[in-house]
Design a protein around this ligand. Sequence first.
Ligand SMILES: [Zn+2]
Length: 277
Amino acid sequence: MKAPAPVGICPMCRKETKLIKSHLISSGVYPLCQNEMREHVSVTSDVIRPTQMETKEYLLCSPCDNSLNTNGERYVIPLLPRLGGRFLLYDRLVKQDALEETPSMTVYAAAENPEIDVAKLVHFGIGILWKASVCSFGNGDKPGIDLSEEDREAMRRFLVGEAKLPMRMALAVAVESGAIRYPATIGPRPGNNSDFKNFFFYVPGVMFQLYIGANVRSARGAYSINLSPKGSVMMIELAKTVRGDMNKGSKKARKTKKLLRIVEEVEAKGLSIKLGD
Ligand SMILES: [Zn+2]
């Protein structure tokens, strides 16, 4: 018999109510990462493996969970890459000329692109990072993202539509430029920037990075989707970073043979697309 849903304080609306199991990374992302065994690649600090387990916990009330869906997830997930298939976010971005091109990245003005909803991209990114700051999702006893009470509250108010994100927070959205799009999820976890408090997570084809600090606007504003007036979205070769992260993580974590096989398959598929195969 299924246990009844617990009653508690929903951390998003702060009402005492029935709580439902909320996913850390939206449930709709999992099918994008699944192999023929319906397993996805999951990277945590302990283990990198193909798994059928989804990270979820009794956390939010149903209306709040739904609002994360309506305001972000439902829009963003269909834009993420299908294994060996289309990648709509990429396709829509490259329809317009780039704002800036450097050897390592191309920057696009998403706010000037009628096919891209910047507000929903930001809501999606902040929603997942905020959930990771209020709940450990069964991975240890502390949330994966350590935020000050003030920062957590600022993100909560943004998510419920009470306030804009503060100027001390820069959300950067990086889209995979190459043909290898890892069908994996990573994080949310702390990043390695030494100038600012920073966190990131990866879903297939897109990395969301949050930088927090007093001078973040002058240092990072131009490349942040919420602080730049044009809604900057970067396109970079994420595969290297993602692969590096899987390797770095694997020093501590167990890495399974099956994962290596999936990674090889994805790389082979990506390369064959690149070669026009
Ligand atoms: Zn709620």
